[in-house]
Design a protein around this ligand. Structure first.
Ligand SMILES: CC(C)(COP(=O)(O)OP(=O)(O)OC[C@H]1O[C@@H](n2cnc3c(N)ncnc32)[C@H](O)[C@@H]1OP(=O)(O)O)[C@@H](O)C(=O)NCCC(=O)NCCS
Length: 185
């Protein structure tokens, strides 16, 4: 069962705090609200379309992550508001069992405050402690803020898949990024 051992409280750049903790079934509806709004932003950053992933699917994903040693689903709360989420799980193929795949997002008005960095640092520390060797992710090629964010967190570009996705009738290129984890000393 992959759960964060404790909640983390982080100080944000605006003077407020965020709590980072393992997602719970009751987070499903707030996740729908958070991600539907992000999915509707004019700059496309998520594969999903607004309204595409219902609360029951988030409940299933939260439960699935809790059942597996190799998956973690994190939420970031600022007071009573869900402001970010991160999912990390083992690559599906046994030959890639040393690899973890990550996806994340932060509410627009909570960006550049340190929420994303705190979520990512927490996931990287958890994956390192687990003995994972590599964390990979996929980002739209036009999502330069996210690519810069990941680069500043030690990720490097590993590849480009052109016209990999069609979302709402539009083609998007995909950048593959990865970070190798330092073995525990
Ligand atoms: C990419 C994303 C997850 C980053 O999350 P975030 O909460 O904005 O990340 P942070 O606040 O930790 O860092 C962002 C910037 O804020 C600034 N910042 C962070 N903490 C700060 C602090 N305490 N004081 C001042 N500035 C700070 C940093 O300059 C940082 O710059 P960088 O992005 O160039 O590294 C977020 O922009 C997002 O959700 N975007 C939309 C969805 C998306 O693109 N998801 C990724 C799909 S692959």
């Amino acid at each position: 069962m992959a759960l964060l051992h404790h909640e983390l409280t982080v100080a944000l750049a605006d003077g407020h705090e965020a709590v980072i903790r393992t997602a719970r079934p009751g987070d499903a509806r707030p996740l729908v609200r958070l991600l539907d709004v992000i999915a509707a932003e004019s700059r496309v950053t998520l594969l999903m379309l607004p309204g595409q992933i219902p609360a029951r699917e988030w409940r299933r994903r939260i439960a699935a992550a809790a059942e597996r040693d190799t998956s973690l689903f994190l939420c970031a709360w600022a007071g009573d508001r869900l402001v970010g989420n991160l999912g990390i799980s083992a690559d599906a193929h046994p030959a890639s069992a040393h690899v973890r795949v990550l996806g994340m997002s932060v509410a627009r008005d909570s960006r550049s405050l340190g929420v994303g960095g705190a979520l990512l640092d927490t996931a990287i520390a958890w994956a390192t402690e687990q003995g994972a060797e590599k964390v990979e992710l996929s980002v739209f090629a036009h999502n330069t803020p996210a690519i810069g964010f990941y680069e500043r967190h030690g990720f490097v570009r590993e590849g480009l898949r052109r016209r990999q996705f069609v979302r709402a009738g539009e083609y998007h290129d995909e950048v593959l990024m990865a970070r190798f984890l330092a073995p525990e000393s």
